[in-house]
Ligand binder design. Sequence first.
Ligand code: SF4
Length: 568
Amino acid sequence: MSKVDLVLLHPPSVYDFRKKSIFYGPVSDLIPSSPVFEMYPLGFLTIQSYLEEQGYKVRIVNLAVRMMKDENFDAREFISKLDPKAFGIDLHWLPHAHGSLEVAKIVKEEHPDTPVIFGGLSSTYFHEELVDYQQVDYVLRGDCTEVPFLKLLKNIENNNTDKDSLEKVPNLTWQDEEQTIINKLDFNPDSLDYVDLRPEIMIKNVFRYHDLESILPFDGWLNNPITTVFSVKGCKQGCITCGRSVCTNEHYNKRQGPIFRSPASMVKNMKKIAQFSRGPIFIVGDIRQAGGGYVSEFLNRLNKANLKNEIVFELFSPASGKFLKKIDESVQNWSLELSPESHSEVVRKAQDRTIFYTNEEMERTLDIATELGCNRIDVFFMIGLPRQTPKSVQETIDYCEYLFEKYDERLSCFISPMGPFLDPGSLAFEHPEKMGYKKLAHTLDDHRKQLTNSSWEEILSYETDWMTRKEIVEQTYSAAERLNKLKHKYDRIDDQTNENITNRISQAKKLKELLEKKDEELDFVEHLKLRGEIDKYSISTVCDKTELDWPVKFIKFKLSGIFKMLLA
Ligand code: SF4
């Protein structure tokens, strides 16, 4: 087998989580990952696609999944056997602050002469702090790094790592004789079409390295093979806690607004995915932000593509009947995701200062979608918002009951705490006092250390003028308990799921109380740790994770499509 040029390593949130007893809480219940945050960013796949097209061999290794699936998997031994020209490590989401740096340390100890390159949004924000670490050689900044990556890899391959050569790599932060050099953010495209997602490369690599587990996007993906297609990077809206908002984007990418993938490129990607997977395809971003012409072209193309997969659309604000009817005419199976965040219009207005809508307007959207052929509507609420009090959280659950009564079983509601960290670059992170937040972690190192605290109350990096961390934790369990009962009452979940969640919430609350007493009860906590109970009560507590899965009948993958891709 020819030598691999680049290995992209995805670390667990905390290294080595298998030896620690940390009560992470339900911070990841509403995303596909577990508290290990084992899902790697989509950027890994676009970097791989782009560099492979240029003739490089790129291997993705999801270390987090490997460590989760096999208690005896020795990450150091595995890394020591790799021999690429460079290693890439993602620090996109801040919960990887600990794991990414520890994995980089192991890489440097095993391969002192091989460059280690960091990338992702959190790397971009903390780039200067990152290159001060011995184990980090380079940081590629921005949300589009495929082209700078190619330039850097060529330099590394040709041993052109002198000052003059490195200064020509756009978006690069690096050190020359301990002086930090920040190259200009010159690669900042105005469209996402310069790079394609090529699922066939991912499939070929499974066979090339005889390794399926390393490339799994998250644990459990084979049972819930959801794929995502990015219509956009960034967002036109300005939610004060969001890492994708217009203000955050300006901070990270020095860009005034979002950039989009063209309808032709989107549908091409989706057709490729549908060749091998029957699973749902989630369109990241509200396509209406790209304008009416974009929406018509995209839906017309989708209509012609005639895909059978469930297509999931995100709505960032209420939608018109015209838009929903057009989806209904163009797509065979479709669902919606809405995130009003709170039932309270006061809270919603404080959270998003750019777009405001009333509950009545949102319900008009739900009325139309349920009259049409929409298969499923998930409505998401959050805890930890500006102006949100404990009373307001409970009123959100009252509102969920109202929605359950008004709509049929296709509609369900979810609530989770915002966390564990404030998104760096967001208004709440940049101007906490003005936004009503108290920031409890500032630097990358603060976040890295905070991740190893023993309970999620102590890991949370913020509290608000309206709720302390303790109240956020208490409200999370109390809201989850009530919502679970309501879901059972209104037939959103079955008896078994209800019982499981009720038990997990009650055990999680007990564990929280024990951890508060720490010293006196250490024996019992020690006992729980040995039994792996702490981990158990960090998963599926605010809801059962499988509630978020889309049912896929029979075989989830199309074997004929996979073989065609391999032969192409
Ligand atoms: S609408 Fe969604 S993506 Fe856009 S800023 Fe708000 S939370 Fe972020």
